[in-house]
Design a protein around this ligand. Structure first.
Ligand SMILES: NC(=O)c1ccc[n+]([C@@H]2O[C@H](COP(=O)([O-])OP(=O)(O)OC[C@H]3O[C@@H](n4cnc5c(N)ncnc54)[C@H](O)[C@@H]3O)[C@@H](O)[C@H]2O)c1
Length: 356
């Protein structure tokens, strides 16, 4: 099948998706939509799109369009989703699904009503090391998962870029959410039932953002497994990573699996300076390949957003495999991250009821 694709949101990630779609053999029509006319026009010109518009509903409703990508900011997913899902077209929305459980429920209900296969871009699932680990877990190489640890750090430079874009998306909702999604994927038959957490911070507050720098949480699942989730967004702005620095430690009944993604295996020092494109920052010392979404080189994109976008387009075009997060999985992850923030703010233990 040849695909007509509409990309809604012509920002940083929408630009990656649009460039990747333009290179995909299965995409025969590409439209760019953004409420910002300049952004829509500029990206459409760059990727030689078939059309651009500020009228999202008109293009998604067009018979030229078979599938939709929603690449708007975190707090701006619900509105375009509720506008476009009634057209009944397969949709990929960036993470997190929404920032609010009632909105997530409404989105899931509308997707169901109109038969939409709605997927959420938790692209960590498409980084090679995490997919290979999933395969080993499926083969029961470490037996039954009993728990483990998942932590991720990011720099103040990235934190401030995200908080400027989405002031209501906390580090837990925006970054730790990837790790909660991966643990949910690795441990699919267990349900998170209880959350405790502590947080602390003054660095981001001193810079005008009302969020903590550091959050540690313990999440218990209904099979007894316990996972420790930790994040900090407050590594010094000039720290050489351009994105998330992550570690997983998975403990099983007859094995362990450790994943280290702290980068540092490809180091650049340059007097001329390295451009950290995500935050408009120049670094002398940089960990190459550490940008979370992936990197372009010689006109090809490498990394998780590239592999995720291609896998989804292959799935639509020729029915290839697709392990992109479902809307129901994303809803569970949202409930856990909201509970982590609530537990940290209140000091209470939060119980997650089924369906809450
Ligand atoms: N998977 C990854 O590696 C990864 C990395 C970074 C960000 N993200 C996610 O991607 C999403 C977008 O982030 P970004 O950095 O590209 O944001 P951005 O601010 O660069 O771009 C968002 C664009 O959406 C447009 N927009 C907002 N509301 C709209 C609406 N209702 N209709 C049409 N257009 C609208 C804005 O005008 C803007 O051009 C976020 O959800 C973020 O969490 C994913």
């Amino acid at each position: 099948m040849s695909i007509g694709l509409a990309i809604v949101g012509a920002g940083k990630i929408g630009r990656h998706r649009a460039r990747l779609a333009r290179q995909h053999a299965g995409v025969s029509f590409l439209a760019i939509a953004d409420i910002n006319e300049d952004a829509a026009r500029a990206l459409a010109e760059e990727v030689n799109a078939d059309m651009w518009t500020t009228d999202v509903a008109s293009i998604v409703g067009s018979t030229d369009v078979d599938a939709v990508v929603i690449s708007t900011q975190e707090m701006a997913h619900t509105e375009p989703l509720l506008l476009t899902l009634p057209f009944g077209k397969p949709t990929l929305v960036e993470k997190p699904l929404t920032l609010d459980l009632a909105e997530a429920d409404r989105v899931i209900e509308v997707a169901k009503e109109h038969g939409v296969d709605l997927r959420v871009g938790y692209s960590m699932r498409y980084a090679q090391r995490y997919a290979v680990a999933k395969e080993q877990l499926e083969q029961k190489q470490i037996g039954q998962l009993i728990g483990g640890l998942a932590r991720t750090y990011d720099t103040l430079a990235v934190a401030e870029a995200i908080l400027r874009r989405s002031p209501t998306a906390t580090p837990v909702m925006d970054i730790l959410t990837y790790l909660v999604d991966v643990i949910g994927w690795y441990h699919p038959n267990a349900r998170p039932i209880e959350v405790s957490a502590r947080s602390n911070g003054s660095i981001l507050r001193s810079r005008g953002h009302d969020v903590d720098d550091l959050t540690f949480a313990v999440v218990t699942y209904d099979d007894g497994a316990i996972f420790d989730f930790a994040t900090s967004y407050s590594l010094p702005a000039g720290y050489p990573s351009n994105g998330m620095s992550t570690r997983f430690e998975l403990l099983g009944t007859n094995g362990v699996l450790f994943i280290s993604e702290d980068h540092g295996d490809q180091v650049l020092y340059s007097d001329a300076g390295f451009e950290n494109a995500y935050v408009d920052q120049t670094l002398n010392f940089a960990y190459l390949g550490s940008r979370t979404s992936g990197e372009w080189a010689g006109g090809t994109m490498f990394g998780r957003v590239a592999d995720e976008t291609r896998a989804w387009l292959d799935h639509l075009a020729v029915g290839g495999p697709c392990h992109l997060t479902t809307a129901a999985e994303a809803r569970t992850t949202l409930a856990v991250t909201l509970a982590i923030d609530e537990a940290a703010a209140s000091g209470r233990i939060i119980t997650l009821q089924e369906g809450t």
